[in-house]
Write a protein that binds this ligand. Structure first.
Ligand code: GUN
Length: 295
């Protein structure tokens, strides 16, 4: 039976150390320093985004980060959203900016992400930060893959030389995940919707990171016994009966895969809380950089 990689527990530890890092930094920097600030720019009413944004704001409150949500209607123009990003770039009380995805298809998401000051890009999605990741230089890292790396590290999973398969090649998860694993000396394959013989690739993988966006894609017969299985998917299953709450599930058939994997992330409670924890870490890092006394 697989060991569960508990994202809630590890995220809570990160939150505890961030809370004390913030208090300590405020105490040493003196009363002229503001607490860290995170701004989330949301456009439209995607219901899943509403849940994620609320969770991020609640987590900020727990550690002492001041958060604000700038919510534009789906009919907002590119110029209006760009203007709020420019304002946040210039605001000293805002240390981190996140543009919640997806953005309505009427807008140019690429241009919005490019408008974020790279020093405040706590999502690690600005080309400069992605370039730094590519080169292995310090910089703000994408939260979900960074959260996966933290979970693997905490569980003591040795990545050196292992055969890793990432399913999904999004800029948010799959691509940065592949680079991070490669930098940890894994031998990485990034599979996607056009990959031939996906099941064969899966069966060979010692580490499987599934970010395909397809509920229940990976079943027991796809997984090599003893593999580490990380499920990035999160899907709401509609309630079967009126009045019952919908449940969440991932891209992996958890019940079928748990008996044969060596480690597995649950959904919910695996990667999701770690994404939020890494966002908090990035915000505090950006705040410490801009409030540090000159050397
Ligand atoms: N939408 C779903 N997850 C994320 C995330 O981690 N960052 C952003 N910006 N949008 C998301």
């Amino acid at each position: 039976m697989a060991k569960r990689l508990d994202g809630r527990l590890l995220a809570a530890r990160h939150e505890a150390s961030l809370r004390s890092a913030i208090a300590q930094h405020l105490a040493t920097a003196g009363c002229t320093t503001c607490p860290p600030g995170l701004a989330v720019v949301r456009v439209g009413d995607d219901p899943a985004s509403g849940v994620y944004v609320r969770k991020k704001a609640q987590a900020c409150g727990r550690v002492g980060i001041e958060s604000r949500i700038i919510h534009h209607p789906a009919t907002a123009s590119q110029q209006q959203v760009l203007e709020s990003i420019h304002q946040l770039n210039g605001s000293p009380s805002c240390n981190g900016i996140l543009v919640q995805l997806p953005i309505p298809s009427t807008l140019n998401a690429r241009q919005l992400l490019l408008a974020v000051d790279p020093a405040k890009d706590v999502d690690g999605l600005h080309p400069l930060n992605l370039g730094r990741l590519m080169r292995g230089e310090p910089g703000l890292r994408s939260c979900t893959p960074a959260g996966v790396m933290a979970l693997l590290d905490h569980a003591g999973i040795a990545l050196d030389g292992i055969r890793a398969l990432v399913i999904g090649r999004s800029i948010l998860v799959g691509r940065p995940m592949g680079i991070m694993l490669q930098q940890a000396n894994a031998t990485v394959t990034v599979a996607h919707s056009r990959t031939r013989d996906l099941v064969d690739h899966c069966r060979q993988a010692e580490l499987l990171v599934v970010a395909a966006g397809k509920p229940g894609l990976v079943g027991a017969d796809w997984v090599r016994p003893g593999a580490v299985v990380v499920d990035v998917g999160i899907h709401r299953v509609p309630p079967q009966q009126q009045g019952t709450q919908g449940t969440l599930r991932g891209d992996v058939c958890f019940a079928a895969v748990e008996p044969l994997a060596s480690h597995i992330t649950p959904v919910p409670g695996g990667v999701g809380p770690m994404t939020v924890a890494m966002l908090l870490c990035n915000t505090v890092q950006a705040w410490q950089r801009c409030t540090a006394p000159p050397a």
